[in-house]
Ligand binder design. Structure first.
Ligand SMILES: [Zn+2]
Length: 161
C-alpha cells in the first residue's frame, strides 16, 4: 500500500491490522517515484501481495502545498513532489476557490487516482499482474476524523472481484 507520510495516517489502525500485515511505502502526498515502483514490484513478485491501495487522505499538507504553489515551482526537492502531482490541480482549481477544504479533499482523491494509474502505466510488472488478476488495484481516501475510508476502482479494465 502507498500512503502519505503524514504521521496522523496509521494504516494498521485504520484497517485494524497487525503491524506485520501491510507492506507499505510512504512519502508526502503518496506519489509514485522509482523507489515506490521498485518496492511494489518486489511486493508483487516476491511477496505475492493480492491488493495494492494508494491511500490519500483529507487534510493533506502535501496537497495543500502543491495547491498553494499553483504554477510556481516549489523550492529545492519539494519541486520533485510537485512534479509528481503535475496536472492534478488545474481543472479542479478552475472551478473552485483554492482555499476551500473541499477542493483540497477533491485534489487528494484526484491525486490518489492519478498515482494509482501511474503504478500500472510506469511498471510493466504491475500492469501485467493487474491484468492477469493476480493483484487488485484501488485508490482510497481516508477521513482521519471519522476513520471512514472510501475505496474506488482505478481503471475500467482493472479486474473487479
Ligand atoms: Zn498527506
Amino acid at each position: 500500500m502507498l500512503f502519505c507520510a503524514d504521521s496522523r495516517v496509521c494504516p494498521e489502525s485504520i484497517f485494524d491490522q497487525r503491524s506485520d500485515s501491510i507492506f507499505e511505502t510512504r512519502n508526502a502526498g503518496n506519489v509514485v517515484d522509482d523507489d515506490v515502483l521498485g518496492s511494489f514490484e518486489y511486493a508483487v513478485e516476491h511477496l505475492h501481495v493480492p491488493l495494492i491501495v494508494v491511500l490519500g487522505h483529507k487534510g493533506c499538507g502535501a496537497i495543500h502545498a502543491v495547491c498553494e504553489a499553483q504554477d510556481r515551482p516549489l523550492p529545492n526537492h519539494l519541486r520533485e513532489l510537485q512534479k509528481h502531482m503535475e496536472g492534478i490541480h488545474k481543472d479542479v482549481m478552475n472551478a473552485h476557490d483554492r482555499h476551500d477544504a473541499h477542493v483540497l479533499d477533491e485534489l487528494s482523491a484526484k491525486n490518489a487516482a492519478q498515482q494509482a494509474r501511474l503504478l500500472v502505466e510506469q511498471s510493466s510488472v504491475l500492469a501485467a499482474a493487474v491484468k492477469k488478476g493476480d493483484v487488485r488495484l484501488h485508490y482510497a481516501i481516508c477521513d482521519m476524523e471519522s476513520g471512514v475510508v472510501e475505496f474506488f476502482d482505478v481503471a475500467k479494465d482493472a479486474p473487479r472481484k
